[in-house]
Design a protein around this ligand. Structure first.
Ligand code: UD1
Length: 338
């Protein structure tokens, strides 16, 4: 049996390929390398002792998607990461985001609908909750109006899958709503590639630590939280990758009571920006140069997951602590700078 991982050279995708191969799955990766490098295949091979099959392919080309599924009839499961993910850019280029994140999803689902049985895992995001009214956030918390075209593609993506599953009993799908992924493989063979300006807190911290940036800006310390900085649920990328494998196995073994399900993937613990900096300073061994600046537009105050559903139904739980994840992020940053 083959598993297709789209965007398999990306940050979460590459870690998931490693976990799938560790479980004996034969993996086919599709990536257009628009935000990834083919060298990631070497990193995967160093960890797994095996390179996945690789197809450099643009999923926006409907004909190429059809052709791929003809050439790989043994693909029974798809983990779909391939998407654009920069919130700011999505505001500037909404059609690029809708084409990239929605168009490709539709093409893949069309092909999977033709199969006798297919399993599909979708990368969704806690961004669908916006600023939730209650913490921790459960899966039945209302989906709030999206703040950006990127966020909207995750909401619409979930709706497309849900609608398709209603009329396609052969299709089984799970949407995983990630909280804030961070870290790198403990081997430092794969991690988040430094293409362009980083988008998230942890790469900003490690780049400051390594001297590429003079200081870190902390966006606001006047939020209604204990230390005034925003709270997020930072999930280690290896734990997150494992959640995909567990979700896929649930579908392959027909253990899913419904053919469309949604799960939060987080640690269940919220950490403030200053706590994340404190965690970094433990591995760094000195103080990080940071400055409190004004709030960043569009930031919510607090978001952390209720992971009871994933714990009980998927049988998945995050294992690694923020400090473990931070250690791996720092090891990775130092490696890529050398
Ligand atoms: C961002 C995205 C969200 C995406 C998520 C996971 C935005 C507005 N939202 O969320 O759609 O699902 O990443 O990848 O981009 N911070 C600083 N200084 C920095 C960078 C960040 O103080 O230089 C703070 C932010 O204000 C926030 C926290 O760190 O409180 C985390 O920020 P970030 O990593 O960008 O994630 P989110 O804002 O949660």
């Amino acid at each position: 049996m083959q598993i297709l991982v789209t965007g398999g050279l990306g940050f979460i995708g590459s870690h998931t390929v490693v976990e799938l191969q560790a479980k004996g799955f034969e993996v086919v990766v599709i990536d257009d390398c628009s935000n990834a490098d083919e060298k990631v295949l070497d990193g995967i091979e160093k960890i797994s002792g095996k390179k996945p099959i690789f197809e450099k392919l643009d999923l926006k080309d409907r004909g190429k998607v059809e052709d791929f599924f003809h050439r790989y009839p043994d693909v029974e499961g798809v983990i779909h990461f391939a998407a654009s993910k920069a919130v700011g850019e999505s505001v500037e280029k909404p059609l690029l985001y809708y084409e990239n994140n929605i168009g490709t999803l539709v093409y893949i689902l069309k092909e999977l609908s033709k199969k006798n049985k297919a399993s599909f895992i979708f990368s969704s995001s806690c961004t669908v909750y916006g600023q939730a009214d209650k913490m921790p956030i459960t899966e039945d918390a209302p989906v709030k109006e999206a703040e950006s075209p990127y966020g909207n593609t995750k909401q619409i993506g979930e709706e497309i899958i849900s609608d398709t599953c209603k009329v396609t009993p052969n299709l089984n799908a799970i949407a995983l709503r990630y909280f804030n992924p961070m870290g790198a493989h403990p081997s430092a063979e794969i991690g988040e590639l430094p293409i362009g300006v980083p988008q998230n807190l942890v790469p900003f911290i490690t780049r400051t630590g390594v001297g590429l940036r003079k200081e870190l800006s902390v966006f606001g310390d006047d939020y209604p939280t204990e230390d005034g900085t925003c709270i997020r649920d930072y999930i280690y990328v290896v734990d997150l990758a494992k959640a995909h494998v567990v979700a896929l196995e649930r579908l392959l073994a027909s253990k899913n009571p419904k053919n469309y399900e949604v799960f939060n993937v987080g640690t269940g613990k919220g950490s403030s920006v200053l706590e994340v900096i404190g965690s970094f300073e433990k591995v760094y061994g000195k103080k990080l140069n940071y400055r409190i600046v004004g709030r960043r537009q569009g930031d919510i105050t607090t978001a952390y997951a209720d992971t009871t559903k994933a714990n009980n139904e998927l049988g998945w739980k995050s294992i690694y602590s923020l400090d473990d994840a931070m250690e791996s992020a720092w090891k990775w940053e130092q490696k890529i700078r050398n």
